[in-house]
Design a protein around this ligand. Structure first.
Ligand SMILES: Cc1cc2nc3c(=O)[nH]c(=O)nc-3n(C[C@H](O)[C@H](O)[C@H](O)COP(=O)(O)OP(=O)(O)OC[C@H]3O[C@@H](n4cnc5c(N)ncnc54)[C@H](O)[C@@H]3O)c2cc1C
Length: 379
């Protein structure tokens, strides 16, 4: 289905970003996958090109492009090349906004330029070994000591966990109130801040996902974002944009998986004819084509609503639920239509399958999305 969602300036941005990926990312994907982490230098190159936080104000080095379609384009192009490790959306559309939204003028002046230049890589640390979906169950604490807080606890599954220079850490600030938490910017090198191993995963091999440990870390008051008890609200507030980001990448990932499958079934022969000619193949592909088109229209509409600040959390949850479930279905059917070759790492569909699975889990599981949606239905 032809999309009428982008203007000329978006298409030019897409061309520039795609050229950047072809030049600076695609040639390194195998090497990063092997290393379990992308090269830090690619972040600086992306910063030089203006691809990090393009929405940020010019005074910090941004370009002021306050239109989520630019973020959407980057999600789509990263999904199209199936690069899970170089998480620009995490840096630009998830973590950066916490600082822009809840940071004060001094904090923004201190951090934003380095973040935009790709010198300070970001991560957000909410999940703990015993608390993921139930964020209020986290155990990491921050105790007020006058001019600083003392942080104790640990986090797990943190994306950019090894590369991150600034980690936005959620920690409890009032033992009497389980929803009272603060967001603290923990900087590389702070005493007592340790990183664990790069966790071995089913997919997303080029992404450094790590455990983080905080042992009596002294975090100056100047590193607290907003109110010391408002963190839970800040997290909930930002999750709609995070989920929209997931949706943008998931539809594009489904499209890429469909394309790879179509190419394969046209070439591959069984019983003296292309696999594409079996009715089962054509029907499966037709179903996927239809569902991806429908998902794309819905996602594009959510992006436009978000641009107008009208995207409500329930609808963002619908977008994440529908598109990530669809992605997983498409990659699974894709592997099936590739036969045994679909199970081989050398085939893109195999990597797409492995990378896709987490989409139904992180940024809130499909079950949590259903909770959010049904809560909105006031049942
Ligand atoms: C590769 C990767 C990267 C990640 N990156 C980050 C990151 O950068 N920062 C970060 O903070 N976290 C990150 N996460 C963590 C991720 O967001 C959590 O794993 C996710 O939110 C689920 O939490 P959990 O793993 O504790 O599962 P649990 O909460 O233990 O859930 C287990 C099961 O119970 C179900 N469940 C839980 N509650 C309910 C309920 N109320 N109703 C019905 N079912 C329920 C869940 O849906 C799931 O099926 C990442 C995880 C992975 C694997």
């Amino acid at each position: 289905m032809l999309r009428n969602h982008f203007e000329t300036e978006h298409n030019l941005f897409r061309d520039a970003f795609r050229a950047f990926l072809d030049r600076e990312v695609v040639p390194h994907q195998d090497e990063w996958e092997e290393a379990g982490v992308v090269d830090r230098s690619v972040w600086r190159k992306a910063g030089e090109m203006g691809f990090l936080l393009p929405w940020a104000e010019e005074e910090y080095g941004g370009t002021g492009l306050k239109d989520f379609r630019y973020e959407q384009i980057m999600c789509e192009e990263l999904a199209a090349i199936n690069e899970p490790g170089f998480m620009i959306p995490l840096h630009s559309a998830l973590c950066g906004p916490y600082i822009a939204e809840y940071g004060n003028a001094e904090q923004k002046a201190r951090w934003m330029p380095g973040i935009i230049r790709g010198e300070s890589i970001l991560a957000v640390a909410m999940t703990e070994p015993s608390a993921g979906s139930d964020l209020a169950g986290m155990r990491t604490t921050a105790v007020d000591k006058g001019d600083h807080f003392v942080l104790n606890g640990s986090k797990v599954f943190i994306s950019n966990g090894l590369l991150a220079d600034l980690v936005i850490v959620a920690a409890k600030t009032d033992p009497a109130n389980k929803h009272a938490m603060g967001l603290f910017v923990v900087e590389r090198g702070m005493e007592g801040f340790e990183r664990g191993r790069n966790l071995k995963k089913l997919g997303m091999k080029s992404q450094d996902t790590a455990e983080l440990f905080f042992n009596n870390v002294k975090v100056p008051k100047e590193n607290l974002l907003g109110d010391a008890k408002g963190g839970f609200f800040y997290l909930m507030n930002m999750l709609a944009q995070e989920r929209l980001t997931n949706a943008c990448g998931a539809v594009a990932g489904a499209e890429a998986a469909l394309n790879a499958t179509v190419d394969y079934v046209k070439e591959r022969k069984a019983f003296d004819r292309p696999v594409a000619h079996f009715q089962n193949t054509r029907f499966k592909l037709a179903e996927m084509r239809t569902q991806i088109d429908v998902a794309q229209v819905f996602t594009d509409r959510c992006v436009m609503d978000h641009n107008q600040k009208k995207l409500i959390p329930e609808v963002a949850a619908e977008a994440k639920l529908f598109t990530t479930e669809l992605l997983c279905k498409v990659v699974d059917e894709g592997v099936q239509l590739h036969g045994g070759w679909g199970y081989m790492w050398e085939y893109p569909i195999c990597r797409m399958y492995a990378n896709a699975r987490i989409q139904r889990i992180f940024a809130g599981t499909s079950e949590i999305m259903k909770e959010i949606i049904s809560r909105g239905m006031k049942l």
